[in-house]
Structure formats: C-alpha cells, structure tokens
Ligand binder design. Structure first.
Ligand SMILES: O=c1[nH]cnc2c1ncn2[C@@H]1O[C@H](CO)[C@@H](O)[C@H]1O
Ligand SMILES: [Zn+2]
Length: 432
C-alpha cells in the first residue's frame, strides 16, 4: 500500500514530457513520487481530494537568511552599505542563538504556508538554523556565513566554524539538510580566504553560496582594489570551477554573463530585495539566453520583507519586462521553471518536478478564489494573480506539513509568540 494519493488535481508537473494533466493522480511512497497519471491501481493510507485545485512542485527559495525574519521591518528604506554596517550588523552582534532559532522557526512557518519546500540559507549560529529546519520538516541547503575582512586570525576562526558546520549537518534530518560553505562576498572576504574556502569546499565535496555583484559599490571596490570586477576576479582564482550558488549578480557585463553561463554557475535572482535596496536589476533574460541556470530567492526578511515566492515570481517577470521594454521577456512558464526545476538543480535536490522517482515535495494551490477566476491558463494565474496564501497544502519528503490551511509540523501560535517576544528582548538589549 502506498502512503499518499492525491486525486482529481489539475497537475502542473513541470516535467517537459508529461506536461499538464487534467484530473490527475499522484501516488507517493517512502517520500518519493511513485506514479503520476490519470488513474492508478494503488491504494494508499491517506487520500487527498484536490478537486478545483492545482497540484505542482513546491517552490525553491535559493537565497535566504532565515534567521533574519526576526528583523522583519527593523530597518527599511536605506542603501545596502548603510543598512548592513549601521543597522543590521550592530544588531546581529546582539543576537543570541535562541533568537536565530526563533527567527528561523518563523521563517519555516511562513515558507510552509506559502508553498516553499526547500531553501538555501547563509547565516550565523547556523546550528540552530539546522535544528529549526529539522523540526519544521522543510528541506534546506545551509551554510554558515563567513567574513574575514582580510584579518588572518578571523579567517582561521571563520573557516573552523564553517567546516564544523558542514561536517556536522550534511545529510542530516533524514537527508533533508545539506550543507555548503558560505563565504559572504568578494568585497567582505579576502582573496586568500576565498581560495582557502574554495579548496576546502572541493575537498569536502560541497557547494559554495556567495553574494556576488549585488551593488555598484561592490563593482567599484573590486575595480579599485583588483583592477577587475568580481566575476573576473573569481575566475582568476578558479572559484567558478567549483559548484557555486551566486546570489544577486546584478552588475554584469556581457562578458561576465558568458563566464557565468560557461561555468554553469547557479544564479539566484532576488528581485524584491534588489528593488527595495535599489541595488539594480539582474539581466535575467540575457543570462537565460546565454544558457545560465537562473533561479529565484527572497533574500532575508529584513530586505524583502516577506518570504512569499509567488510574489518573487511575479516581480521577476514584471521587472524583466519593464527593464528590457519587452513584454515577451520572461513569460510565466519560464518563471515557474526558475522557481521549481532551476532552484532544485541549484540546491542539488531531486525535486522541482512531479515525476516518478522524484522527491514528493509538492503543493496544492486552491483556485476557488475571487482573484483566481476565471481560468484560461493555470501558469498565468500562478505567476500573475496568485499569492502564497492560496497554498492550501504543502508536502515535503512525502510528509504533509500543512493540510487545508492547517500547519501540522509545528504549533503556529507558539512560533509567532516566541518570535515576537525575542524581538522585544532584542530591542531592550540593543537599547532602542
Ligand atoms: O542582501 C544582502 N547582501 C549582503 N549581505 C546580506 C544581505 N542580506 C543579509 N546579509 C548579511 O549576510 C550575512 C550572512 O551571514 C549576515 O550578516 C546578513 O546580515
Ligand atoms: Zn543575501
């Protein structure tokens, strides 16, 4: 007997061979998809009737600082450098590991509610992030964010913490957690440090997660100090020769785009954060044309200010259209690919498609809503009209984490109350 059957769904499989299936059935066994079709011989312990709903692969958030959910709305309307140096970093210095656990629990709750099945994270006290992910039931690729600012002693310490984290958590939570190295950015990490981290990542067989060319200030800094941009600088130390997830990539030349595509770099596009911090616009359409793997992320909640990947899909599409003055740029299906297939590829997980053998990481979107009627094209609604609140059911690794709007893997009110209390205590400590 199978574990779970979902029937009567409009299946948006994202599998190029199967396409969309009306009135479809998905069968789940041992956390994997066993069958996708229009009928089945199987019976299951649990059956969900998804009539009037869309069943699709859950969304993958490829750039996040989940613990920063505790800072939602803490410091808005300023430049990245001012925001980080004068507000976020001083506040982070006062964060306890309990605060980060509380913030990450809240982030996981919000992600499960809005249809995200996996996320990539870079933050501090990452052990507690991993604990929260383990308990919440979601999937994640986690990294400890390392910064050395050219200080050799700090570099040694940071790499030690990063290494310990990679070793302790890779493959944990029944395989739902993977680990990466997280050198923060080319303008906050020294050249020597980036080389050491890269070599360690290759030795340990894990990926690296890094911010790259988020701002024009970074581009200017790199040109002044190294006589070249971050993309060429990282090429020079063979950083791109390893498996990399690069967030933002806003300030790219046409030559940079070629390099990123050629090396198969995974690029996490974060349109809402880039708009809010006025960082600029990632040339997504050009990157895709060049053959690069572009996926989507929200960034942290202090620069977004939510984790709703449906909003991110809509923003990504609209921003490319207006910046290229071409309404055919980034059509709905392409954006859905970025949020599912491409994101799963970037994280190295077998999700992002509803297909036999893939992880049963999927969501049900309720289409019986005023703002989703009538329906001509399901993909259009998912990108241009829906939002995260339309997700009724979220399934990760075959486990139902939310069913019909009720979160099953955690006590929702307790998670919200704990985060609010932590934010108040934090303000007292900061002295605001
Ligand atoms: O958009 C961003 N650009 C650069 N750094 C960021 C951004 N958002 C958060 N952080 C910072 O990255 C570190 C990760 O460990 C944290 O210090 C976090 O505040
Ligand atoms: Zn970031």
């Amino acid at each position: 007997m199978a574990d779970l059957i979902i029937k009567n769904a409009y299946i948006l499989s994202m599998d190029p061979e199967a396409g969309d299936i009306e009135n479809g059935i998905v069968v789940v066994e041992d956390g994997k998809i066993k069958e996708v079709g229009t009928s089945t011989e199987c019976t299951a312990e649990k059956v969900i009737d998804a009539k009037g709903s869309v069943l699709m692969p859950g969304l993958v958030n490829t750039h996040c600082h989940a613990g920063m959910t505790i800072f939602r709305g803490y410091a808005d309307d300023m430049q990245l450098q001012d925001w980080l140096e004068n507000h976020i970093w001083p506040a982070e210095a006062k964060l306890t590991d309990d605060d980060i656990y509380a913030g990450t629990k809240l982030a996981c709750l919000e992600m499960i509610r809005s249809g995200t099945i996996a996320f990539a994270d870079m933050y501090i006290h990452e052990n507690r992030v991993a604990q929260a992910v383990d308990e919440a039931g979601i999937r994640a690729a986690l990294s400890y964010g390392m910064i050395d600012f050219g200080d050799k002693e700090k570099a040694d310490k940071e790499l030690e913490v990063g290494r310990a984290f990679v070793k302790e958590w890779n493959g944990k939570a029944g395989g739902r957690i993977s680990t990466m190295y997280g050198p923060h950015a080319p303008n906050t990490c020294s050249r020597d440090f980036l080389i050491r981290v890269k070599e360690q990542a290759v030795k340990d067989g894990v990926k690296q997660h890094i911010h790259v060319l988020e701002t024009e200030a970074e581009l200017n800094y790199m040109k002044e100090n190294f006589g070249m941009c971050s993309i060429h600088f990282l090429k020079g130390i063979d950083f791109w020769g390893t498996d990399v997830l690069a967030a933002h990539c806003v300030w790219l030349s046409d030559g940079d785009i070629k390099i990123l595509a050629e090396y198969g770099v995974n690029i996490s596009h974060n349109p809402n954060s880039n708009m809010k911090l006025a960082s600029g616009i990632c040339p997504v359409a050009k990157l895709i044309d060049a053959g690069a793997n572009v996926c989507l992320g929200t960034d942290g909640c202090a620069s977004n200010n939510n984790l709703d990947m449906f909003e991110e899909m809509r923003s990504a599409a609209l921003l490319q259209k207006v910046s290229t003055m071409d309404p055919t740029a980034l059509p709905a299906r392409k954006v859905l690919e970025m949020a599912t297939i491409n994101g799963a590829k970037a994280l190295g997980i077998n999700s992002g498609m509803l297909k036999e053998g893939y992880n049963a990481d999927m969501i049900i979107v309720d289409m019986n809503k005023a703002h989703l009627a009538p329906v001509y094209d399901v993909a259009s609604h998912l990108v241009y009209a829906a939002n995260g609140k339309d997700v009724s059911t979220t399934i990760v690794d075959g486990k139902v984490l939310m069913e019909d709007g009720k979160v099953l893997s955690m006590d929702e009110q307790e998670v919200i109350d704990t985060a609010i209390k932590a934010s108040k205590d934090l303000l007292d400590r900061i002295g605001n």
